[in-house]
Design a protein around this ligand. Structure first.
Ligand SMILES: Nc1nc2c(ncn2[C@@H]2O[C@H](COP(=O)(O)OP(=O)(O)OP(=O)(O)O)[C@@H](O)[C@H]2O)c(=O)[nH]1
Length: 383
């Protein structure tokens, strides 16, 4: 049985909401797609602002040069200003998912509210307005990047208001009203299906890319990160953070004792199981999303522990050592040795490189092996 990896995100999709069921995964997804989403949204906002004002021409064509036509022109200009305001908010807060979603909802609600007023004053061009409402539904569901559930609420809500307005005005025969209502239902249904398919497909693609990355960065036997992951600069980045913010940093090299003997005595498959059990312990006793557990060699693992000083790393290594050596119910008794190198908080001089830091931990691991194994040795890492 391979160990449960607490670092693996839950990527189940809730198809009703067309979002990841896990809020952390959803937030990771939305943050990753935010730049692209904002690019689309800004284009849609400008498009909506321009078209809203341009369509004032139809008001004047229908109503003539009247006060109502000018009032509608004023309202259309308000929508255009709201669109430009939302555009400016996105430019000012390019990293805020909340601003992006609020911008989409604000423009859509403002535009649809004004559209209802426009329709109210022009019952004579009702068929055209019904067609416009259907087109606006496409914008709501498809063109404006938004949360799926908000798009559905705005699409359905505006259609109900539109149908109620037609019923109140009473200019339509019952059969025409029914046809229009059915058209609106169809517009919403098609928009709903298209938007849901799009939202789910986007997340499936995201999930597939994460899983590929997972396969590339993880060791299949233990579920830990592999050396390729370390080589992407993880430790250098942590050292840089330590240099900049003065936070402590520790690395722990762990190596199973006499592992060759276990393989020789119980067979390779049993050896694999011991490795997987040890990795499971490392993953479960380290901090999710903060620490990294890397399979560094065959039976050797590296823990990278940001914000952890020497005493903290020693306490953790001792906890892992004792838990592994005294594992209740383990069919094969095994132990491990640990070598720690720590950079203290506000260290005046840092190790020259990540290799130097790992080298210092390796020297401690060697000391633990020489000292009799099943023990923890530690040092402060110098330059
Ligand atoms: N079952 C199994 N064995 C592995 C794996 N990777 C490496 N090994 C074995 O791990 C053993 C490591 O042996 P050594 O380097 O001599 O170290 P050791 O026996 O643990 O001795 P000390 O480290 O000195 O305590 C070798 O026999 C490798 O074949 C693996 O994925 N699965």
């Amino acid at each position: 049985m391979s160990p449960q990896d607490p670092h693996r995100p839950n990527l189940a999709i809730d198809c009703r909401r067309a979002e990841f069921a896990d809020p952390a995964s959803e937030s990771r997804f939305t943050r990753q797609f935010l730049p692209e989403r904002n690019r689309q949204l800004k284009a849609s906002l400008l498009f909506a602002a321009a078209f809203y004002v341009a369509f004032a021409a139809t008001d004047f064509a229908t109503l003539g040069d009247t006060a109502i036509a000018w009032m509608l022109m004023g309202l259309r200009s308000v929508v255009a200003l709201v669109g430009l305001g939302c555009f400016a908010a996105i430019v000012r807060h390019p990293r805020s998912v909340r601003v992006s979603i609020r911008a989409a909802c604000t423009l859509l609600v403002a535009a649809l509210a004004v559209f209802m007023v426009v329709c109210w004053f022009q019952p004579q061009v009702l068929a055209w307005n019904a067609m416009s409402q259907a087109l606006i539904l496409m914008a709501v569901y498809v063109n404006f990047p938004n949360r799926f559930i908000y798009a559905v609420a705005i699409g359905v809500g505006s259609s109900i208001v539109f149908a109620a307005m037609l019923a109140i005005q009473g200019n339509l025969r019952a059969d025409d009203l029914l046809t229009l209502v059915l058209l609106l239902v169809m517009g919403n249904a098609l928009g709903y299906i298209a938007a849901r398919r799009f939202h789910v497909a986007q997340r499936e693609q995201f999930r597939a890319s994460l899983q590929l990355q997972q396969l590339a960065d993880r060791d299949p036997l233990t579920g830990c990160h592999n050396r390729r992951f370390l080589q992407k600069g993880l430790l250098n980045a942590e050292l840089e953070r330590t240099r900049r913010y003065g936070a402590p940093l520790s690395v722990v090299l762990c190596d199973l004792d006499h592992f060759k003997r276990i393989n020789d005595t119980y067979g390779h498959a049993a050896g694999d199981q011991v490795l997987a059990d040890f990795a499971g312990l490392l993953l479960s006793l380290t901090r999710d999303t903060v620490d990294s557990v890397i399979r560094y060699g065959g039976e050797e693992f590296l823990l990278v522990l940001p914000q952890t000083d020497l005493a903290g790393a020693q306490a953790l290594a001792e906890r892992i050592r004792a838990a592994f050596a005294d594992a209740p119910g383990a069919t094969i008794k095994a132990t491990a040795s640990f070598g720690i190198a720590s950079v203290p908080a506000q260290a005046p001089v840092l190790p020259a490189s990540s290799e130097a830091l790992i080298g210092a931990a390796d020297a401690q691991l060697y000391a633990a092996k020489r000292g009799g194994r099943n023990m923890v040795c530690a040092t402060l890492a110098g330059p």
